[in-house]
Design a protein around this ligand. Structure first.
Ligand code: TA6
Length: 293
């Protein structure tokens, strides 16, 4: 289907009624709903839905860099480009059946991209929705150049939460992190699960492959499973920063938390002919916890 800018979108529907919507602009997942039709990803009410910039919300892809460096756009160009449907997708693993629906997208550098980042690549992205509503994204980046190149990567994921003050992340305790609010200085997380009471913008390093985001008020837990992505970006702009972003509502920081499976500290160095793969799987499950009574 087309959006109102005439950009193609692909809607995936599981037999039980979960759905996901993927835009060819940026290969961005712009919606993910559970079987009850509840939206699980945040999209800002002020999001700018017109290219060239990625819209504020959903899951966008940071490639080939994290942050703002050199001639490249902030967080790389992949999220701002038009992708195409991949007519030669990689084979589907035989254990991938079970009512899974997917779309395969492809990004190749344009002439302009090559001026800023002179490396030939093929980036294949598969977005799948499983029978149980789990959303999976698999990225395959192949070096089709004659020389090696390095890159960083993230699935920039805006989770929808009821109230940021009631949310905690489990799985990042005791890890080292780079603090983007302090020139990427390195700190060590102490003790407990991570909670939020001010702006947070960190890259947790060498994290376990499963991280959980517990939304106490909504009684929902997001489980993030990742492969090939050692780092996790955690970002909430809080009040002051929210007011500086034109495409983000002043109060919307309460309803979202970005938790990104990422590869940042040690960029990949990909040789000619080599392929790098990374996978992110998201599930949203009702929390089972002891109630107060
Ligand atoms: O992912 C964290 C971060 O790098 C933050 O520093 C913040 O700037 C955010 O990304 C959003 O970046 P964007 O370019 O989408 O405004």
């Amino acid at each position: 289907i087309k959006d109102w800018n005439n950009i193609d979108q692909v809607v995936l529907r599981s037999p039980r009624g979960a759905s996901a919507r993927v835009s060819l602009h940026g290969g961005q997942v712009i919606s993910w709903r559970n079987e009850r039709g509840e939206e699980l990803l945040f999209t800002s009410s002020k999001a700018i839905l017109k290219p060239p910039k990625a819209m504020r919300g959903g899951i966008s892809i940071y490639f080939p860099q994290f942050g703002n460096c050199g001639m490249l756009e902030q967080h790389g160009f992949a999220r701002n480009r038009m992708w195409s449907i991949d007519n030669e997708p990689p084979p589907t693993p035989s254990n991938d059946g079970n009512g899974k629906v997917s779309v395969d997208l492809l990004l190749k550098p344009s002439e302009d991209d090559l001026k800023c980042w002179p490396h030939c690549f093929e980036f294949r992205l598969r977005v799948s929705l499983a029978m149980d509503g789990n959303l999976t994204m698999v990225s395959r980046i192949r070096n089709i150049d004659a020389k090696p190149f390095s890159f960083s990567f993230a699935y920039h994921t805006y989770l929808s939460v009821s109230d940021i003050s009631e949310v905690r992340i489990e799985g990042l305790e005791t890890l080292d992190y780079l603090d983007n609010l302090c020139q990427r200085e390195r700190f060590t997380e102490q003790g407990d699960a991570i909670t939020f009471e001010s702006e947070v913008d960190r890259v947790y390093l060498g994290s376990p492959n499963i991280v959980a985001v517990l939304d106490h008020e909504k009684k929902r837990t997001f489980v993030i499973r990742k492969e090939g992505l050692p780092d996790v970006v955690v970002w909430n702009p809080w009040e002051r920063k929210s007011k500086t972003m034109v495409d983000f509502g002043d109060e919307e920081y309460k309803q979202t938390l970005c938790v990104d499976g990422a590869l940042i500290e040690r960029p990949v160095n990909l040789k000619p002919g080599e392929e790098w793969t990374a996978k992110l799987e998201l599930s949203a499950i009702p929390s089972t916890y002891c109630s107060d009574h």
